[in-house]
Design a protein around this ligand. Structure first.
Ligand SMILES: CC(C)(COP(=O)(O)OP(=O)(O)OC[C@H]1O[C@@H](n2cnc3c(N)ncnc32)[C@H](O)[C@@H]1OP(=O)(O)O)[C@@H](O)C(=O)NCCC(=O)NCCS
Length: 159
């Protein structure tokens, strides 16, 4: 039997200086509008769930998300370029980044970093002391990004 995967909980303390997000040319950031939900789901499907057992269907994902007591569309950040939504960071109100995904067509140009910095600023403004997320132990690329952003591992649990 394959070993059970583990996830790491990573944390960024807030309160100090936070770098300003730098967006690639032609890209902007805004929060989720109801009309964006399908495009956001497409980015998740293309990016986040790759190799992770398949994406939930759009209807199921959107209906569960909207009903969650920790859902807040003003904490759902989208990166948008002329082709549409190309990245997202969806956060729960409990200072937690639930999903971060960047479409493969715009990877490694700083979109993930800019989204995370936007998240840190948003929670800092809300008076949060820290921001947490969970990342699979084998996802070293994402961990590299989080370490660069000043996040540290604060826990490890079966995924
Ligand atoms: C992880 C992810 C969000 C990064 O998005 P991105 O926009 O490509 O990231 P950035 O361009 O901001 O990269 C910043 C840093 O992350 C690290 N990184 C990201 N992707 C990497 C890769 N494929 N290989 C090595 N390092 C990588 C590097 O340190 C990179 O800095 P560098 O380009 O100067 O070397 C994106 O690859 C993705 O959507 N992956 C699938 C979903 C996922 O794993 N989400 C995170 C779940 S917790």
């Amino acid at each position: 039997m394959a070993p059970k995967p583990f996830v790491l909980r990573m944390r960024r303390e807030l309160g100090g200086q936070i770098e300003q997000p730098l967006w690639p040319d032609g890209m902007t950031c805004r929060t989720l509008d109801k009309a964006d939900s399908k495009a956001a789901h497409a980015v998740l499907a293309a990016g986040f769930w790759e190799g992770g057992g398949g994406a939930p269907q759009y209807r199921q994902w959107w209906s569960r998300l909207r009903k969650d007591s920790e859902f807040d569309p003003t904490l759902f950040f989208l990166a948008v370029d002329r082709e549409g939504v190309c990245g997202l960071a969806q956060c729960w109100t409990s200072n937690f980044v639930k999903d971060l995904a960047v479409h493969p067509r715009v990877r490694r140009i700083g979109v993930g970093r800019a989204l995370m910095l936007t998240v840190f600023h948003a929670f800092d403004k809300r008076g949060a002391a820290f921001v947490d997320l969970k990342v699979r132990e084998e996802n070293l690329n994402a961990q590299r990004l989080y370490h660069d952003l000043g996040m540290r591992i604060v826990g490890r649990e079966p995924g």
